[in-house]
Design a protein around this ligand. Structure first.
Ligand SMILES: NC(=O)c1ccc[n+]([C@@H]2O[C@H](COP(=O)([O-])OP(=O)(O)OC[C@H]3O[C@@H](n4cnc5c(N)ncnc54)[C@H](O)[C@@H]3O)[C@@H](O)[C@H]2O)c1
Length: 262
């Protein structure tokens, strides 16, 4: 894709799943990547593999819930590669005991908000001066389909991802004039370590049966869209909320399951 070679990116949550696939894909496009993750050893192993394959990567154990380690990740990118152009706010997820609105206690609501919304705010805030210093840049926020349609039992997660979508629009409103674009991706059912540990296989199979394309998504499906949105091919794409879900969101629950004629 155009305009990526020689750029520098930070990818949060880049040790596993969507973040890992994104780091690999960006490195293949000659982007130098700084991978931040709670799992420092896995992040370092992935960075080592990228380097072994001829790419540029560094890794840092960090937590998007902690300002100091967020600053350290951004500093690691700038120190290693001389600046920062691109940011993928991917780290996040649902906390295992998320339920419905009234069943979640204040601690669960706050922790989920702190992870998904405030984590994205922290990394964006730390990255912005560096994007500005380069005369612009691009940000992709990984939200969720649960941020645009309610998913029963994921009240705090879905609400926090809706906030990530609105954050995306506020970044656009405030910083577009500085050459900084920001878009949000809402993945559907993507098979990752996180998704597989949160959902039993039969539930995933039932969801897959309702996906018009007849399959769940892969981390690479999302990584390709992230890469496009960061590239110069998307130079006029800004403030968009893009569902990447095999068409799942566009087929209502009352419709027939895939392959049936009723
Ligand atoms: N997999 C899906 O079906 C799906 C659907 C919609 C949205 N998403 C979103 O995509 C993103 C990635 O999800 P995934 O399925 O690849 O998850 P995953 O659990 O497989 O990987 C997430 C990575 O982020 C890291 N991480 C988690 N919290 C962190 C923190 N506080 N600080 C730093 N790193 C942290 C984890 O260690 C892990 O390496 C998440 O924001 C998630 O909400 C995923």
């Amino acid at each position: 894709m155009r305009g990526l070679g020689g750029k520098v990116a930070v990818v949060t949550g880049g040790a596993r799943g969507i973040g890992a696939a994104t780091a690999v894909r960006l490195a293949e496009e000659n982007v130098a990547v700084a991978i931040g993750d709670l799992h420092g050893e896995e992040a370092e192993a992935l960075a080592g593999k990228i380097r072994a394959d001829g790419g540029k990567a560094v890794a840092l154990r960090m937590n998007i819930r902690d300002d100091e380690s967020v600053d350290a990740l951004v500093a690691a990118a700038v120190d290693a590669f001389g600046g920062l152009d691109l940011l993928v706010n991917n780290a996040g997820g649902s906390l295992g005991h998320d339920r419905n609105v009234a069943e979640n206690d204040d601690r669960l609501w706050s922790a989920t908000w702190d992870l998904n919304l405030m984590g994205t705010v922290r990394v964006t805030r730390a990255a912005l001066p560096h994007l500005r210093a380069r005369g612009g840049g691009a940000i992709v926020n990984i939200a969720s389909g649960s941020g645009t349609l309610a998913t029963p039992g994921l009240a705090a997660y879905g609400t926090s991802k809706a906030a990530v979508i609105q954050l995306t629009r506020n970044v656009v409103a405030a910083y577009s004039h500085e050459g900084i674009r920001c878009n949000a991706i809402c993945p559907g059912m993507i098979i990752t370590p996180g998704a597989s540990s949160a959902m039993p296989a039969d539930v995933i199979a039932r969801i897959a049966d309702r996906i018009p394309m007849g399959r769940t998504g892969t981390p690479e499906d999302i990584a390709g869209l992230v890469t496009y949105l960061l590239s110069a091919d998307a130079a006029y794409v800004n403030g968009q909320v893009i569902h990447c879900d095999g068409g799942a969101r566009d087929v209502g629950p009352s419709g027939p399951a895939r392959g049936t004629t009723a």
